[in-house]
Design a protein around this ligand. Structure first.
Ligand code: CU
Length: 267
């Protein structure tokens, strides 16, 4: 059987559930500061169980991982970020046209034009949704990320936005509220930098462009992990019907998991 290695980069408290016929593997991680020289100069770094980089989790396909993480940092909260694990059923749900796995109505393309980005939001309640932006193959997508005020007066934070599955062109940045018809004339369409991370400055905007030419389902999110977990992220699905065989591990949960157990037509 194939062993899968999963590297831990950041920390969160949680459990990972995977459709399983395998064994339960228990891990306990203490997250704490330690002195280390990752670039030959001693720094205080964040380690796990005294190690930097952190330990490797090893599991076989179908195992269940129980990971208890204890934050022993003195002053800050922290978050865990998993790479290499497919946690959403979106890919299989879209590919196999499972209608009730998520809201198929597209999320909104814009926000209210009278939103005052310099004031705390009038409605501080979170809107919850699981819709997906769906794009046909080779569609060119322009994004304006608009920052706004926090819940506290006169406060706005930096957000580093990161896209999976793509690099994108950074067409420009600006202060205040993006003004269509004015700010878009100043965008750099000749030689914009090509990145997969871009900063969204406080009370400012960032303009990005990418071409939907990579069939799959991709996250686009703020890379400050607590912000992502609070909802600062969206999902893009591109030409999913052009994705060929989906690995069975990607179909392990939710309705796609049930379908996987009842059918073998995806292989
Ligand atoms: Cu953020």
């Amino acid at each position: 059987m194939r062993l899968k290695a999963v590297s831990i980069w950041c920390i969160w408290f949680g459990y990972l559930f995977v459709l399983s016929l395998g064994v339960v593997r228990e891990y306990k991680f203490n997250v704490e500061e330690k002195a280390h020289k990752p670039d030959c100069v001693e720094h205080v770094v964040i380690g796990i169980n005294g190690e930097f980089p952190g330990p490797t989790i090893q599991a076989e396909v179908g195992d269940i991982l129980h990971i208890a993480v204890t934050n022993k940092l003195c002053k800050v909260g922290t978050a865990i970020h998993w790479h290499g694990i497919r946690q959403t059923p979106y890919l299989g749900s879209i590919k196999f046209n499972i209608k009730d796995a998520f809201d198929h109505k597209s999320p909104p393309d814009n926000y209210s034009s009278n939103y005052d980005i310099f004031k705390p939001p009038l409605n501080p309640s979170t809107n919850i949704g699981n819709g997906v932006y769906m794009f046909q193959m080779n569609r060119v997508v322009d994004l304006i990320l608009q920052n706004a005020n926090n819940l506290a007066e006169k406060k706005s934070e930096v957000h580093p936005w990161h896209m999976h599955g793509h690099d994108f062109w950074v067409l420009g940045y600006g202060e205040g509220k993006f003004q269509p018809g004015k700010d878009d004339r100043k965008l750099n369409l000749k030689n914009p930098p090509f990145r997969n991370n871009a900063v969204l400055f406080p009370h400012g905007w960032t303009a990005l462009r990418f071409k939907a030419d990579n069939p799959g389902v991709w996250a686009f999110h703020c890379h400050i992990e607590p912000h992502l977990h609070m909802g600062m992220g969206v999902v893009f699905a591109e030409a999913v019907q052009q994705v060929k065989n989906i690995p069975k591990e990607a179909l392990a949960c939710g309705l796609t998991g049930k379908m996987f157990r009842n059918s073998s037509k995806h292989n």
